[in-house]
Every structure is written in structure tokens, then in C-alpha cells.
Design a protein around this ligand. Structure first.
Ligand code: IYR
Length: 231
């Protein structure tokens, strides 16, 4: 038997398996990269949702895709709560609009309101009741072991941010739209949705079809030169 290189970090308690990976020709990589960019570049955030239903299976697929995201120490510190119950959505909307009223009519500094002006946002959140699904991403600030003791989780903000990106890409890929909505403060969501204290609401994402007359702000993405630096 030839000597095998020990795998760094591997031990009997933590086995490694071979990576399943197939190299593809460079030309194929180019073609796939361009096609993916074109698909993603067509994604737009709209605040105007149709009430048309979306099967639960599609939401399950988007959440499973989000769950493939890398995470700190592979702790997967996320919980996706998918709400379709109209009464619960109405409650969420009522509570979110109450918070947003305080934001838009007082709490928000003038320069923040100025930054938001091109997006046309205000305290009205009809998407929370129009969209057939409202998915709330909760970040687990720490884990809880079976014996109830607290387990430290690492890089939970980054991990959940990446998972949210995967979720948004999955929703777009299946021909639906979503909106990353950030009611502030969001503590009411944990209470309303019955989540434990270690789960902090991070993003509210209505998912559905756009309304037939949906609009988007006339804004542009930064060019490569503005977002990349080469050294
Ligand atoms: N949370 C508010 C305000 C808001 C803040 C940002 I930064 C946005 O990109 C959009 C909205 C709201 O949801 O209206």
C-alpha cells in the first residue's frame, strides 16, 4: 500500500470523503458564467406583488437552496419561517407598518430618508399581505445543545447574509420575485412567529409573482470598474 498524505485537520472522529468535482472546459466555464450573470442581472427588487398563489414546493426548494450556503464552522445558524396564513401575514403587516410609521415620521435621520427617496419606500407595506408567502430569516445568535446549554456560533451575520443571497438567487432563478425588507426594530417578529430568544429576525422576504403593473425604480448598477480593484 502506498503511503497516503494525511489530510490536515482530519481525524478518526471527523472523517473526510473525496470531493466530487468534475473540471469543465474553460469555454464551458465562460459560457456558464455569462449566462449566470445575464440571469442575475435581470433580477430586480419590486415592491408590487401579485396575490397569485405559489406552491409550497417552490418555497421549500428556495429554502433548501439557501441551506446550501457556507457558514461559520458549518453551524448553519439560520431558521427560515415561511408564512402563508393570511391572518398571520396581516398581523405582520400591521406590526411592521407601526414600526415604519415611527421610522418615516420621526426616527429616521434626514440623510437616511434622502438616500431612500429614489426607491420610493414609505411606511405602507402592502407586499406583506399581497405576496402569497412571506419568508422571515432568523439568525441564530448562538446554538442550544440538547441539554439546554448555550453553544457559541461564529460569524452568524456573514453566514446568514450569504444564505439570504442564495435564497434570493433561487427565487429569481425559478421566475419569482422577492424583496429584502428590513423592518426596524424587528423584535416583534420573534414574538409573532413564536421563535426562541436565540433567534433574531434579520430579513423579511415576501415571495411571489410581480403585480401585472409592477414598477421598479429607474436606477443602475455600478460598473465593474467601480466595484473591482486588481492588484
Ligand atoms: N426599513 C424601512 C426603511 C428602509 C431602509 C433601507 I437601508 C432600504 O433599502 C429600504 C427601506 C422600510 O422597510 O421601509
Amino acid at each position: 500500500m502506498p503511503d497516503r498524505q494525511p489530510t490536515p485537520g482530519a481525524s478518526r472522529a471527523h472523517p473526510f470523503v473525496p470531493l466530487e468535482f468534475q473540471r469543465i472546459p474553460l469555454e464551458t466555464s465562460r459560457a456558464r458564467a455569462r449566462a449566470f450573470l445575464e440571469t442575475m442581472d435581470r433580477r430586480r427588487t419590486t415592491r408590487h406583488f401579485s396575490t397569485d398563489p405559489v406552491p409550497r414546493e417552490l418555497i421549500e426548494l428556495a429554502i433548501r437552496t439557501a441551506g446550501t450556503a457556507p457558514s461559520g464552522a458549518h453551524q448553519q445558524p439560520w431558521t427560515f419561517v415561511a408564512v402563508s396564513d393570511p391572518a398571520l401575514k396581516a398581523e405582520m403587516r400591521r406590526a411592521a407598518e407601526e414600526e415604519e410609521q415611527a421610522f418615516y415620521r420621526g426616527r429616521a435621520p434626514e440623510d437616511w430618508l434622502e438616500a431612500l427617496a429614489p426607491l420610493g419606500t414609505d411606511e405602507h407595506k402592502p407586499h406583506l399581505t399581497d405576496a402569497p408567502w412571506v419568508v422571515v430569516l432568523f439568525r441564530q445568535s448562538h446554538g442550544v445543545d440538547p441539554d439546554g446549554s448555550k453553544r457559541t456560533f461564529y460569524y452568524t451575520q456573514e453566514s446568514c447574509g450569504i444564505a439570504a443571497g442564495f435564497f434570493i438567487a433561487a427565487v429569481h432563478g425559478m421566475g419569482l420575485v422577492t424583496l429584502s425588507h428590513t423592518p426596524s426594530p424587528m423584535a416583534f417578529l420573534g414574538q409573532l412567529l413564536g421563535r426562541p430568544a436565540n433567534e433574531k429576525a434579520m430579513l423579511v422576504m415576501p415571495v411571489g409573482y410581480p403585480a401585472p403593473d409592477a414598477k421598479v425604480p429607474d436606477i443602475r448598477r455600478k460598473a465593474l470598474e467601480q466595484i473591482a480593484v486588481w492588484r
